[in-house]
Design a protein around this ligand. Structure first.
Ligand code: NOJ
Length: 530
């Protein structure tokens, strides 16, 4: 029996970058059969759902985020039958499979775009956003795409530009055309009918564009750098209010399915009220949204406490917050937040898993797996070329063992991206009681028992520059988010005992008194003594 009803509430979701998880056929590329091989491990980790990075056919200009067929499986990963098998075998372990859905844009190789490009009068022309040059010549407006270049490419044949908020090989769909809605309703039903447990929705804030194609205004000091385009505030090129109608309709479709599929949006929104709007105010919209304010905050007590307070205040009643620190774009939190210090990684995992809501781990987070310094000649991500952070660093193969190719693929194969150092790996960490992995297991067991992660009110117990303590339900977490030892009074919270400590300093079950001393980065999860 799934432990949560519906499955995604207070869940543990695990993101798999399919190409890098486990290669079952020795071609150097991860695949769906490889994920099937690892389902027992994933069950042991306590996960309720997997979010698979894009699995659909794609020319891989943006590694799957340029879809050429929404109804298939990329041949590198297997066939539709492999996906069906994965859905069934995962369900046998109460694990739901979420796919990555890319509705903002298609590949330029998608038959819709191939037809659209064939001429102004083509049947699919209006599936995309086209506009003529400005009177003085040049692109229709000042919109900037993700690489920093203009978001428009001229189609010389028809003397019109098409819009691409990402690479030129990723033309943006035109959501003002009702036929685009109908196409995606059919795509949702196709996968839900196959038992898929939900979708992570790519660029969820971006589908609609201003119908007048007005220039984006200059960004101001209040605009978070992570959502600026060039030095512009993308209020016309994305973040349009009309997008909420899309999710009201998708939610109605999702809610008719017995497996209770979840819609989890990639919602880049730093205004918390507007972030909360994606869950739906009057009518339900997305079941959950990624909270990039949290991802982009530092691993410090004041920063995290601030984001959490604002997030919880802005979400509609009963809405499920999502806590995550890593993904295939922003990098791995063990490196970004923790400087690869396992003590800090353990503290971060303890915080992520004790906050009220659903937690999303990126493959390898449970080990403290680090970003990899991929040599320039081996980098494959065009989108991040020339940027301060190259996304290949966080997409390298999973480290299963210390052996050749780390158990990701056969020893003689050439992995599609180079591996990181194999000192961190599943096999060794399983055998080490003090490992990050075994700390994660202890936390996951508490979540499975319903003791942490519950959607109860969060009460702040203590907050200063180093320490953040909060109580959710019957459980108090005290996190030392610093590399110094600390001692703090726990007035009013005496008579608690330790459920889990990230360091062995306070053994599990030990009672704490009116004062608590914690080592560097030590974080404890406390509950009333039985
Ligand atoms: C967000 C995805 O996570 C990222 O990897 C991709 O490049 C863009 N959206 C465009 O689809």
């Amino acid at each position: 029996m799934p432990r949560n009803q519906p499955w995604w509430r207070n869940a543990i979701i695990y993101q798999i970058y399919v190409r890098s998880f486990r290669d079952s056929n020795g071609d150097g590329t991860g695949d769906l059969a490889g994920i099937c091989e690892k389902l027992d491990y994933l069950q042991w980790l306590g996960v309720d759902g997997l979010w698979l990075s894009p699995t659909m056919p794609s020319p891989n200009a943006d590694w799957g985020y340029d879809v050429s067929d929404y109804y298939g499986v990329h041949p590198d990963y297997g066939a539709l039958a492999d996906m069906d098998r994965l859905v069934v075998e995962a369900a046998q372990r109460d694990i739901g499979i979420m796919l990555d859905l890319v509705p903002n844009h298609t590949s330029s190789a998608h038959p819709w775009f191939v037809d659209a490009r064939s001429g102004r009068g083509s049947a699919h022309r209006d599936y995309y956003v086209w506009a003529g040059p400005k009177a003085a010549g040049g692109p229709p407006n000042n919109w900037i795409c993700a690489t920093g270049a203009p978001a428009w490419t001229l189609d010389a044949e028809s003397d019109q530009y098409y819009l691409h908020n990402f690479l030129p090989a990723q033309p943006d769909l035109n959501w003002w055309d009702e036929r685009v809605h109908e196409e995606f309703h059919e795509i949702l039903r196709f996968w839900f009918d196959r038992g898929v447990a939900g979708f992570r929705i790519d660029v969820a804030h971006g589908l609609y564009k201003d119908s007048l194609l007005q220039d984006d205004p200059p960004a101001g000091p209040g605009d978070h750098p992570a959502i600026q385009r060039g030095k512009l505030r993308p209020v016309y090129s994305s973040h349009r209010p009309e997008v909420h109608d899309v999710y009201r309709r998708w939610r109605q479709i999702a809610d008719t399915y017995e497996q209770g599929p979840a819609l989890l949006g990639e919602t880049w929104e730093f205004d918390y009220q507007r972030f909360g709007d994606y869950y739906g105010r009057e009518e339900p919209e997305l079941h959950m949204g990624f909270n990039f304010g949290f991802v982009e905050a530092g691993l410090t007590a004041p920063e995290l406490a601030d984001v959490v307070e604002k997030t919880l205040a802005a979400l509609p009643a009963g809405a499920m917050p999502v806590w995550t620190g890593s993904n295939h774009d922003v990098g791995r939190f063990p490196t970004r937040w923790c400087g690869n210090d396992p003590r800090a990684v353990k503290a971060a995992l303890a915080v992520l898993s004790t906050l009220p809501g659903t937690v999303v781990l990126y493959y390898g987070d449970e080990l403290g797996m680090a970003d990899v310094d991929v040599p320039p000649a081996l980098r494959l991500d065009d989108m991040s070329a020339g940027k301060p952070y190259g996304r290949d660093a966080c997409r390298t193969p999973m480290l299963w063992s210390a052996g050749t190719n780390a158990g990701f693929t056969t020893p003689s194969a050439r992995p599609w991206l180079p591996l990181g150092g194999t000192a961190t790996n599943v096999e060794d960490e399983r055998a080490d009681p003090g490992s990050v992995l075994n700390l994660w297991r202890a936390l996951a067991a508490l979540r499975q028992a319903g003791r942490i992660g519950r959607l109860d009110k969060l009460e702040q117990v203590l907050l200063d520059e180093q320490v953040w303590a909060y109580r959710v339900g019957e459980v108090t977490t005290v996190a030392n988010l610093s590399d110094q030892a600390v001692t703090r009074p726990l007035t009013g919270h005496e008579h608690l005992s330790v459920l889990v400590s990230t360091a062995a300093l306070a053994p599990s079950g030990a009672a704490v008194g009116a004062e608590l001393s914690l080592g560097p980065w030590e974080t404890v999860v406390l509950a009333a003594q039985p």
